[in-house]
Write a protein that binds this ligand. Structure first.
Ligand code: ADP
Ligand code: ZN
Length: 729
C-alpha cells in the first residue's frame, strides 16, 4: 500500500464540496477520517474536518495541510458514521451535515486549547468604587466590572467587550487568566436533594427491562408510555444510574421549552455528577467547555435540546428522549431537516446503546413501532401520588348565549377561578395566540391587513400599540384607512390573544395577580426562568400563556387549568393537526393537580362534539390512536407511508413556480414508480420574509434508494425535508 498522500477536507466555511489537500509526510500516520485540521484557503487559513484519505488527486496545484488542531473537536468513528447516515437519509450533502457535528462553538474555539478568562485584579470594594468614578468616562469598562462583580470566579474573555478589557488590563484593574475550563456547568443555584422513591410495580418493570438491555451491550429501543405525572422521570433517573454503574454515559434530550432549571434540578438533585448542559442559553464558551469535557470522558451526562444528540460523549450507554412526540425535536427550517428522536435511535444502533423514548401521548410512529414489536413497550397507567384531573367540556356557543354577549370566560370557568383565588390555589390559562387582537379586517371589502413581507395576518399588540407579524417580527402602524379599498374607519379587530385575556381577567377580578408567558414576555434570556420562579413562589394567582406553559412544568399549587378555544388548530389542513391538538390538550391538562390537591380542567370549545375534543377530554390515548390510525391508513399518511417535502424558494413567484415545475419533471422521470410525486403547490404561507415558496410532496413506502435522486436536486434554494412534521407550512 502506498502511503496516503491526499485528503479531502470539509472546511468550516460555506463551501459546497470537500477540497483536496496534500498530506505532509509527518502527518500521514496521524490523520484519520474525522480529524480536525488547519488548511490554507485562498489567502487565509481555515479549519476543517478530514472526510476522506486517498492516494490520488486529480486537482492540480494542491496545497498541503498545515496542522492538526488537537484531539478536541475530532469526530469519532461512530459519530462519523452517524453523519454519513444523516447525509444519505436526509438527502443533505456532508458539508451541511457537518454543521451539526462541528457546531459554531466548536468551530470558533478549536484553535484555542485553553480558554482565556477575565477576573478582577482589585478587591471588590475598590471595584465598586471604580464603577462610580468611571461611569461617565468609560461606560463600557463599567459594564465589564459589573459583570465581574457578579461572576467573581471570572468570565470568559469571548463574552466581554475586548477594547474595554484591554483598557482595564492596562490599568491593572482586571487580569487575563488561562485555564482549561470552568469546573461546573450547571446552574449554580440551590437545590434540595431528593431521595429515591420506592418504585411502584409498573415503574420497576420498566426499569428492569431497561437495565437488562443496558447489560446486554446491544442496542434496543424502549417506549415508556406513561400518563402525565406517572413517574417517567423517576425511571429515567434510575436508568441513568444503572448506566453509570456499568461504566457507561448517558444523553438526555428534552423539548426546547422544558429546558428550565426545574428540569435540570430534578436530574441534578439525584445524580451527584457534573452535567453538561447543551443549549442555546449557555454561552459559546460554556458549550465549548462542555463539549471538550464530554470528549475527554470527564463528564458522563449530557442534557440538552435536539442538537445535544451530536455531542461527543464517550462510552455512550443510554439515550433518553423525553416527550418523544414533541415537534421541537424536528429541525424543519434548515437542512439537514433531521428528526432528533430518529437520529437518537440511529446513534443508539451505531453505538450499541439503549434508547428510551418517553411520552404520555406517543407519536403514532413510535406507538406503531412498539405495537409491531420493534420497540419494547412499558406502560405507566396511573399517578403515584395524585389522581389524573377531571376534564370538563364547556360548549361556548351555549355559554355565551346564556351570558348574553362575548366573554373569554364561561360562567363555569369564572366560578372555578374564583374558587382557586379564595382557596389560595393557582390557575393556568392556556390560549395558543399571543398579542391583543388577532387581526385587523375591513368591514367593507373583508381585506385582512397582512405583513408586507409574509403571507400572514398581522396581530395587534396593545402594549406597544403596533401591528406585528408573528413570522418575521415586522411591525406596522395602526392605520384607519383600508389599504385595499381605501374606505375610511372601516377597519376593525377580530380574534383575541393572551394580552387581551389578561386585561379581561383584571376587569373581572380587579385584585387578581397575573403573569403572562408567551414569546412577547420571554424575549430576554432569563425571563422564562424568572416568570416561572415567580409563579412557583406564588407571586401570582393565574398564569396565562401559549404552548410554552403546556409542557414539563410542575407547579404543585395549580389545581385548575382553563383551555380557551383550541378549535382553530383543527381547521389547519394538515395530516398531523389532530395529533398535535390531542397531544397539546393532554399535556396542558397534565399540569393540573400534580400534588395531593385534586385537579380540574375546563376546556372551552365551539366544537364540543368533535371526536378529538371528546377523546382529549377523556384522555383516552388508545382510542385516539385507533381512530387516528384509521384516518392515516385511509389517506396513506405516515406511519403507513413516508413523506418527503421539497420546498423551492425564490424572490419572485414565477421563479419559485418554474423551479418546482422543472423539479417535478425530473422527479417523475427519475423516481421509481412506487414513489408518488404530487404536482407542485404553493406552501401554506406562500410568502415568508419576501421569499415565495412552492412545494412538491412525495409519498413513498420507503426512503432507501431515493437518496441519490434527491441529492441530485441540490440547487440553490431547495430544502428537502424527509419525514416532515407538516405538509402545509
Ligand atoms: P412524569 O415524568 O411521568 O410526568 P414525574 O416523574 O414528574 O412524572 O412524577 C410525578 C410526581 O410523582 C413527582 O412528584 C414524583 O416525585 C412522584 N413520583 C414518581 N415516582 C414515584 C413513586 N414511585 N412513589 C411516589 N412518588 C413518585
Ligand atoms: Zn412578516
Amino acid at each position: 500500500m502506498p502511503e496516503v498522500r491526499f485528503a479531502e477536507v470539509i472546511v468550516d466555511q460555506n463551501i459546497d464540496r470537500p477540497l483536496d489537500y496534500e498530506v505532509p509526510p509527518h502527518l500521514a500516520a496521524l490523520l484519520l477520517v474525522g480529524t480536525r485540521v488547519q488548511v490554507p484557503l485562498r489567502k487565509a487559513i481555515a479549519t476543517g474536518t478530514v472526510a476522506k484519505l486517498k492516494h490520488f488527486s486529480s486537482v492540480g496545484d494542491i496545497k498541503p495541510i498545515i496542522a492538526i488542531l488537537g484531539a478536541q473537536g475530532n469526530i469519532d468513528p461512530p459519530l462519523w458514521r452517524l453523519a454519513q447516515w444523516m447525509s444519505d437519509y436526509y438527502a443533505t450533502p456532508m458539508h451541511r451535515v457537518m454543521r451539526c457535528f462541528v457546531p459554531p462553538h466548536v468551530r470558533s474555539e478549536t484553535m484555542l486549547h485553553k480558554q482565556k478568562w477575565v477576573t478582577l485584579a482589585v478587591p471588590l470594594n475598590e471595584a465598586t468604587d471604580l464603577c462610580h468614578t468611571l461611569i461617565k468616562k468609560a461606560p463600557m469598562q463599567v459594564g465589564v466590572i459589573h459583570a465581574l462583580l457578579q461572576e467573581t470566579k471570572g468570565v470568559l474573555l469571548s463574552e466581554l467587550n475586548r477594547s474595554a478589557i484591554d483598557a482595564l488590563v492596562k490599568k491593572k484593574i482586571v487580569r487575563l487568566v488561562t485555564k482549561g475550563a470552568k469546573g461546573d456547568f450547571c446552574l449554580e443555584e440551590s437545590f434540595f436533594p431528593t431521595l429515591p422513591k420506592a418504585l411502584h410495580p409498573q415503574q420497576a418493570d420498566a426499569l428492569s427491562a431497561i437495565t437488562a438491555s443496558l447489560q446486554t451491550h446491544q442496542h434496543k429501543t424502549h417506549l415508556l408510555y406513561g400518563v402525565t405525572g406517572s413517574g417517567k422521570t423517576e425511571v429515567y433517573i434510575r436508568a441513568i444510574q444503572a448506566a453509570f454503574d456499568l461504566g457507561k454515559s448517558a444523553i438526555v434530550l428534552v423539548p426546547e421549552v422544558s429546558l428550565t432549571s426545574q428540569t435540570i434540578e430534578r436530574f441534578r438533585s439525584r445524580l451527584d455528577v457534573p452535567i453538561a448542559l447543551l443549549h442555546h442559553k449557555r454561552s459559546k464558551g460554556e458549550r465549548n467547555d462542555a463539549w471538550e469535557k464530554l470528549q475527554k470522558g470527564e463528564i458522563r451526562l449530557a442534557l440538552g435540546a435536539r442538537s445535544a444528540i451530536f455531542c461527543p460523549i464517550q462510552k455512550l450507554g443510554l439515550i433518553i428522549v423525553d416527550e418523544e412526540h414533541d415537534s421541537s425535536y424536528k429541525q424543519s427550517d434548515e437542512m439537514p431537516c433531521y428528526q432528533g428522536r430518529d437520529v437518537a435511535i440511529m446513534r443508539g444502533h451505531l453505538e450499541k446503546a439503549t434508547v428510551v423514548l418517553g411520552s404520555a401521548t406517543p407519536s403514532l410512529e413510535s406507538m406503531t413501532h412498539a405495537n409491531q414489536g420493534k420497540y419494547a413497550l412499558h406502560r405507566l397507567t396511573s399517578r403515584p401520588s395524585a389522581k389524573l384531573p377531571t376534564i370538563r367540556i364547556v360548549d361556548m356557543k351555549e355559554a355565551l348565549a346564556k351570558q348574553g354577549g362575548f366573554s373569554h370566560f364561561s360562567q363555569a370557568l369564572i366560578d372555578a377561578i374564583k374558587r382557586r383565588i379564595e382557596q389560595g390555589e393557582q390557575t393556568l390559562l392556556f390560549l395558543n395566540r399571543r398579542g391583543y387582537y388577532r387581526m385587523r379586517c375591513c368591514k367593507a371589502c373583508l381585506h385582512i391587513v397582512q405583513c408586507p413581507h409574509c403571507d400572514v395576518a398581522m396581530t395587534y399588540h396593545k402594549s406597544v400599540h403596533v401591528l406585528k407579524c408573528h413570522i418575521c417580527n415586522a411591525t406596522g402602524p395602526l392605520t384607519h384607512i383600508c389599504p385595499a379599498c381605501f374606505a375610511h374607519e372601516s377597519l376593525e379587530f377580530k380574534g383575541f390573544g393572551t394580552e387581551h385575556v389578561e386585561r379581561s381577567l383584571h376587569a373581572l377580578f380587579p385584585e387578581i395577580r397575573t403573569l403572562r408567558m408567551d414569546r412577547d414576555t420571554t424575549g430576554r434570556k432569563e425571563s422564562h426562568e424568572e416568570l416561572f420562579t415567580q409563579f412557583r413562589s406564588h407571586k401570582a394567582d393565574v398564569l396565562i400563556g401559549t404552548q410554552m406553559i403546556a409542557k414539563g412544568f410542575h407547579f404543585p399549587a395549580v389545581t385548575l387549568v382553563g383551555v380557551l378555544n383550541p378549535d382553530a388548530s383543527l381547521c389547519v389542513p394538515d395530516f398531523r393537526s389532530g395529533e398535535q391538538l390531542f397531544q397539546l390538550l393532554v399535556q396542558v391538562a397534565g399540569r393540573a393537580g400534580r400534588s395531593d390537591l385534586k385537579g380540574e380542567v375546563i376546556l372551552q370549545t365551539y366544537m364540543p362534539e368533535h371526536p378529538l375534543i371528546q377523546l382529549a377530554a377523556k384522555q383516552d390515548y388508545d382510542a385516539f390512536y385507533a381512530r387516528e390510525m384509521q384516518d392515516r391508513k385511509l389517506f396513506g399518511y405516515p406511519p403507513f407511508a413516508r413523506l418527503i417535502k421539497v420546498v423551492f424558494t425564490a424572490e419572485a413567484l414565477p421563479d419559485a413556480i418554474e423551479a418546482s415545475r422543472l423539479a417535478h419533471e425530473t422527479l417523475t422521470q427519475a423516481l421509481p414508480s412506487y414513489a408518488m410525486v404530487y404536482p407542485p403547490i404553493a406552501c401554506g404561507h406562500t410568502k415568508i420574509k419576501d421569499q415565495y415558496r412552492y412545494q412538491i410532496l412525495i409519498k413513498t413506502p420507503k426512503i432507501k434508494g431515493l437518496e441519490d435522486i434527491l441529492i441530485g436536486l441540490q440547487i440553490a434554494k431547495v430544502r428537502i425535508d424527509v419525514d416532515p412534521i407538516s405538509t402545509y407550512f
